[in-house]
Write a protein that binds this ligand. Sequence first.
Ligand SMILES: Nc1ncnc2c1ncn2[C@@H]1O[C@H](COP(=O)(O)OP(=O)(O)OP(=O)(O)O)[C@@H](O)[C@H]1O
Ligand SMILES: [Mg+2]
Length: 226
Amino acid sequence: MTELILQTKDLRKTYHPGTVQAVEALRGIHLDFEKGRYYAIIGKSGCGKSTLLHILGALDTPTAGQVICAGEDVFGRSRNALAAFRRRQIGFVFQSYNLLQEHTVLENILMPLHLDGRDADEEYLHPIMEMLEIEGLVHKFPSELSGGEQQRVAIARALSAKPAIVLADEPTGNLDPATGRHTLALMQHTMEQLGQTLILVTHDMDIAEKAHVLIRIHQGEIVDVT
Ligand SMILES: Nc1ncnc2c1ncn2[C@@H]1O[C@H](COP(=O)(O)OP(=O)(O)OP(=O)(O)O)[C@@H](O)[C@H]1O
Ligand SMILES: [Mg+2]
């Protein structure tokens, strides 16, 4: 049985609407995301990938259309409910890792939990750190780690609050191809074990082809879902 976890209906985003600089970044996106599956989003620079990912994770708001999670319109919720959705349902992994430099690896990983006033679940987190091969790094600072290590820490951080959905925007873009693919394989394996949904933006076709579903965007529109 497949379960819809996230859906978009006629999603549109226009930057600077009504002005001469108006940019229609998304032009009516309809997508269904099923629980536990791995989606890759590909398309040329500027086609709207990051815009879509940010709206899916409620980091930005659409100009029109809906994002539906568990049957409910995400942007129809109160501000508090929207913030709770972001903290509890969504994990983000960015291209530039975005780790807090003055905090240790462990503190970084636990940050989303602390922000939500929750304690760490050791039984959940330990296998994740093992699978991502970072158990030995927990007391180090980000500046002491390689790029690949920092990105694996950022992935653990995205997973620590047990999100149902992880959104990753070119997470391996700053890594050499071999390290990038290894990092992605570890992430995919970890998320499969946890039954989480991964939505990943990538320029690397070798990575995209490992996804269950490949979504192609061109100039703000979906051109192919395979
Ligand atoms: N904050 C913003 N204000 C105005 N225009 C924006 C803003 N962010 C993005 N855009 C425009 O919206 C379009 C889509 O941008 P987006 O960042 O979603 O592309 P992308 O597919 O992620 O590209 P890349 O592969 O280079 O990261 C582009 O034309 C971009 O210039
Ligand atoms: Mg982008």
